[in-house]
Design a protein around this ligand. Structure first.
Ligand SMILES: Cc1cc2nc3c(=O)[nH]c(=O)nc-3n(C[C@H](O)[C@H](O)[C@H](O)COP(=O)(O)OP(=O)(O)OC[C@H]3O[C@@H](n4cnc5c(N)ncnc54)[C@H](O)[C@@H]3O)c2cc1C
Length: 413
């Protein structure tokens, strides 16, 4: 059970209730949710409901330019999966639970534009409210963060990728999935790529990652797709319409510090993308934001509900972990769009999986540690370095032993 109960909470959201208003066109329809997100959802009794409406993806299906498909399992035993979950469905389920929780009030159509920590006042476009504690989870372009940007000592950076993204659709074919639904599909093309995740209605949502400035130069999406993604163009009857109407999204990494700001009237803590937006190539942004909530809850338990100490602990514990996943997510872009194609990379993954099977629990790949465990993100690069050193030593030992054997043989000849 979460620690936070019996507290008056008001959730302010700038949009209308999505359960009534529906989703925006072309904005990330599904999410890959894995161990960290599920751990958080389990704490509010929503994991089974979420999994019940999720499509497991046990590996990557890599599509070559020639149209060949090759399946690469995510885990050594082939059994572990990340889950394609409808963003809207997840939002609705969370709102339903929040609405039923005593003490929680939902206020839609409330766009925050400023926070005054001296008086504890939240200023919305058409309203004002008072709060002692403000958990600011208003996304990458957080208005709450803007309100503290000019406080002395606040450090902030936003780094845009040259690439933007556009969402497209592969609809169901004769009521069935047009591609294998048990995989996250990738079309790696060196400097760009497309991915596709399955939806419950048997469609796929594709995300095309392409240099943002060059989207406008694609005047005929069909021709572009015939050149780069020939095996799917026939599966996308709405390509020209989707391409013409869906917006180009940007991909940003936000780093800032501190996350917690105290004033005479209120304390504000940045949470989720507002504190640490990351690029989506590890499928971890939402998982990581859910982990923030788990950590805040844990800190409240440890400090017996002392918000000042709890939030201070939260930011100290989470910052290095969020920095670590931000770096791993950037690195995974290169892996997905380029390295997955290389034979060396494929041999490396096969060797990693073989090691995982030989040394269960002792050798675990980075992908598995990120997606299938709740190991703090910052420990993962350190653990990978240790594992890589050990395997290099083993390999050197093997090579050394083989070398000695070869030398021994040549001497005895
Ligand atoms: C293309 C793409 C694919 C992704 N895929 C994945 C994935 O597979 N797995 C994964 O884990 N993550 C993924 N992510 C990342 C994930 O979407 C985010 O990390 C996650 O949504 C962050 O949650 P959040 O609550 O912090 O912010 P958001 O989801 O952005 O929510 C912010 C909320 O605050 C509201 N709001 C904003 N401004 C105001 C204001 N001024 N006043 C009041 N309300 C406001 C917004 O309307 C919104 O409801 C992806 C991101 C992108 C761009």
């Amino acid at each position: 059970m979460p620690y936070v109960s019996g507290i008056e909470v008001t959730v302010y959201e700038r949009r209308d209730d999505p359960r009534v208003a529906g989703a925006e066109r072309g904005r990330s329809i599904n999410l890959a949710i894995s161990a960290r997100g599920l751990d958080a959802l389990a704490r509010v009794g929503l994991d089974e409901q979420a999994l019940g409406r999720a499509l497991p993806m046990h590996g990557r299906m890599v599509h070559s330019p020639a149209g060949q498909q090759s399946f690469r399992p995510y885990s050594a035993d082939g059994k572990r999966a990340i889950n394609s979950i409808s963003r809207a469905g997840l939002n609705h389920a969370l709102l339903d639970v929040a609405e039923k929780t005593p003490g929680v009030t939902l206020r839609f159509g409330h766009r925050l534009h400023d926070v005054d920590l001296a008086s504890g006042t939240l200023h919305f476009d058409n309203d004002e409210a008072r709060a002692d504690i403000v958990l600011a989870c208003d996304g990458s372009y957080s208005a709450a963060r803007r309100a503290v940007t000019f406080r002395p000592g606040f450090t902030f950076s936003q780094d845009y990728l040259e690439h933007g993204y556009k969402e497209l659709t592969i609809p169901a074919r004769a009521g069935e999935f047009a591609l294998d639904p048990d995989a996250l599909h990738i079309w790696p093309r060196g400097s760009s790529m497309m991915i596709a995740l399955p939806n419950l209605d048997r469609s796929f949502t594709c995300t095309l990652f392409w240099p943002a400035a060059e989207f406008a130069a694609i005047t005929s999406p069909e021709d572009h797709f015939r050149r780069n993604y020939a095996d799917v163009v026939e599966l996308m009857p709405r390509l020209a319409d989707d391409f013409g109407h869906n917006p180009v999204g940007s991909l940003v990494t936000i780093r800032c510090w501190p996350w917690v700001h105290n004033g005479d009237g209120a304390t504000l803590a940045l949470v989720g993308d507002a504190a640490h937006a990351i690029v989506p190539f590890f499928g971890q942004g939402a998982n990581c934001a859910f982990e923030d909530c788990v950590e805040i809850d844990r800190c409240l338990q440890e400090t017996a509900g002392d918000w000042t100490r709890a939030l201070s602990l939260y930011e100290q514990r989470r910052k290095q972990n969020c920095d670590a996943i931000a770096e791993m997510a950037l690195d995974n872009f290169v892996e997905m769009r380029d390295r997955v194609n290389s034979r060396v990379f494929q041999a490396k993954v096969a060797a990693q999986h073989a090691l995982e099977r030989r040394l269960p629990g002792r050798y675990v790949s980075r992908y598995e540690l990120v997606s299938f465990t709740t190991m703090p993100y910052a420990q993962i690069p350190r653990r990978m370095r240790r594992q890589n050193r050990a395997t290099a030593l083993v390999a050197a030992g093997v090579v050394g032993a083989v070398g000695a054997l070869v030398r021994g043989r040549s001497r005895s000849r």
